[in-house]
Write a protein of this length. Structure first.
Length: 82
């Protein structure tokens, strides 16, 4: 049952809401969270399962987007002019 979650109204996000916001599969979030928790927004402590504050997660995303590299891949060859 794939039901759409209205992540805009929720104040505390679960993995499903964070995945929908980041446009990734929830299984990808779970997998990456266990291997590289530092690449995700800071979690709310005190819950059995991972939870994120909506405002903090959105602010984190904006900060990550500002510093994103625009050029990825192999650099172009420069033709020397003699």
């Amino acid at each position: 049952m794939n039901q759409i979650i209205n992540w805009k109204e929720e104040q505390i996000w679960t993995v499903k809401e964070l995945a929908q916001f980041l446009r990734k599969a929830p299984s990808t979030i779970q997998s990456e969270l266990s291997r590289h928790p530092e690449v995700f927004p800071p979690r709310i402590k005190g819950f059995k399962r991972p939870r994120w504050d909506k405002d903090i997660a959105m602010q984190w995303f904006k900060e990550q987007s500002i510093g994103a590299r625009k050029f990825v891949g192999r650099p172009r060859k420069i033709n020397p002019t003699f």
